[in-house]
Design a protein around this ligand. Structure first.
Ligand SMILES: *Cc1c(COP(=O)(O)O)cnc(C)c1O
Length: 408
């Protein structure tokens, strides 16, 4: 895995020691570290051409506006969207889903309509639907998973019908790593509920494998900048043109209008209609640099590296006495959730921290998944392009020490 070690030197955070050990950062599903080129793109903006976008005729603003719109085209290309006008900048995955719930959801849901999600969803893909559904008298239906953590596809035919208006599914479960078989599910949804709009939560998908919204044939796809080597505070909403065009604005303000009169205001076409106010310019430029970085390495190379490190980690973790991996899905992303006996995951995470190993302990914003598997919380190790074998080795050494302390 020479490649990941070579990548690591581009990530300033990763070169430090924590508690006398080299930092093993195994929490990339929560957020990824940033390569120097992303940090420098943001700093260069603040240092050399800081200005707002769209408003100024002067040179600085023209340069910023051009880079800002280049970012939009780059992201459209990255997910195989037909045009930059399909790309709306938001604050993150959470805001993207809320945008669709408040705009499309409130405008289209009627009493007795149904919103279909899965048991594997992050809270961000549950709660907005509950709120919008309640507002309109629509019901939530849930696709269950089996003991491996795979969605139960045969249940779909009983769960989808003409009252299903929205289907919102994760690409990859952030809690236990299941990659959902969207290529199989989406055609079934199209057949059983031709009017339903399909949203894909790709927060854990876009950073790890090639996404083509064209091949998937989804109506919406969302992800966060900070999970794909970019900054916090920026996210993406992709929407099909005809769907976005028919959606009302969800926030009013500057830049989203065509003409404002006190008698009434007309709205700009998408994507501007959904981007009220000054956008997160530095963050968009940082995300743009992150996409360049990913393209340079190649998303397929990132997938291959992560597959290898995940297989290595699975094999090593399985050898630890008393360790139980939660979920063994057919297709797994770069995420492994586990527990050790009855030791509380937070206690284990503290021992690991003493060894410089950073993992997440908790419910991972996916309480229904924890409930499904009968655990209050798990430990989660998650990987990215820069993850190295020795980090997995240090994790396993720490876990064995935690087991010795708490189990015997
Ligand atoms: C992180 C995550 C979210 C929420 O993303 P934010 O960046 O916190 O808005 C939603 N869904 C999944 C699958 C995630 O991993």
């Amino acid at each position: 895995m020479a490649k990941s070690i070579e990548l690591r030197s581009q990530f300033p955070v990763l070169s430090q020691s924590v508690n006398g050990h080299p930092l093993a950062f195994l929490d990339s599903a929560a957020t990824t570290q940033k390569p120097l080129c992303v940090i420098e793109a943001m700093s260069d903006f603040y240092k050399t051409h800081y200005s707002s976008v769209k408003r100024g005729a002067y040179a600085l603003s023209a340069k910023t506006s051009q880079k800002f719109e280049e970012a939009r085209s780059k992201i459209a290309k990255f997910i195989d969207a037909p045009s930059e006008s399909n790309i709306v900048f938001t604050k993150g995955t959470t805001e993207s889903i809320n945008l669709v719930a408040w705009s499309y959801g409130l405008a289209n849901l009627e009493p007795e309509d149904e919103i279909l999600i899965s048991v594997l969803e992050h809270h961000a893909n549950i709660v907005p639907w509950q709120i919008a559904g309640k507002e309109r008298g629509a019901k939530i239906k849930v696709i269950p998973c089996d003991d491996n953590g795979d969605l139960q596809i045969p249940e779909l035919s009983a769960l989808i019908h003409e009252k299903t208006k929205i289907v919102a599914l994760t690409h990859t479960a952030n809690s236990i790593g299941t990659i959902t078989p969207l290529q199989e599910i989406i055609p079934i949804i199209r057949k059983l509920a031709p009017k339903a709009k399909i949203l894909i939560d790709a927060a854990q998908g876009a950073p790890h494998s090639k996404i083509s919204v064209k091949d998937l044939d989804c109506d919406f796809l969302v992800f966060s900048g900070h999970k794909i080597y970019g900054p916090t505070g920026v996210g993406i909403l992709y929407g099909k043109s005809e769907v976005l065009e028919n959606m009302p604005p969800w926030q009013g303000g500057g830049e989203m209008i065509e003409q404002v009169r006190f008698e009434g205001t007309t709205f700009a076409p998408p994507p501007a209609r959904f981007e009220a106010g000054t956008p997160p310019v530095a963050e968009v430029l940082g995300l743009s640099a992150a996409i360049d970085w990913v393209n340079e390495i190649g998303i397929d190379n990132i997938s291959a590296c992560e597959e290898q490190i995940t297989a290595y980690a699975l094999a090593k973790l399985q050898k630890i006495e008393g360790l139980q991996i939660i979920g063994s899905p057919k297709n797994r992303g770069a995420i492994i959730s586990f527990i050790i006996g009855k030791i509380h995951p937070h206690d284990v995470a503290m021992i690991l921290d003493e060894e410089g190993v950073a993992v997440r302990a908790g419910h991972h914003c996916a309480q229904p998944v924890m409930e499904r598997f009968g655990v209050p919380a798990t430990l989660r190790a998650s990987f990215a392009a820069y993850t190295a074998d020795w980090e997995i080795d240090n994790l396993c050494r720490g876990l064995e020490r935690a087991a010795r302390i708490f189990l015997y």
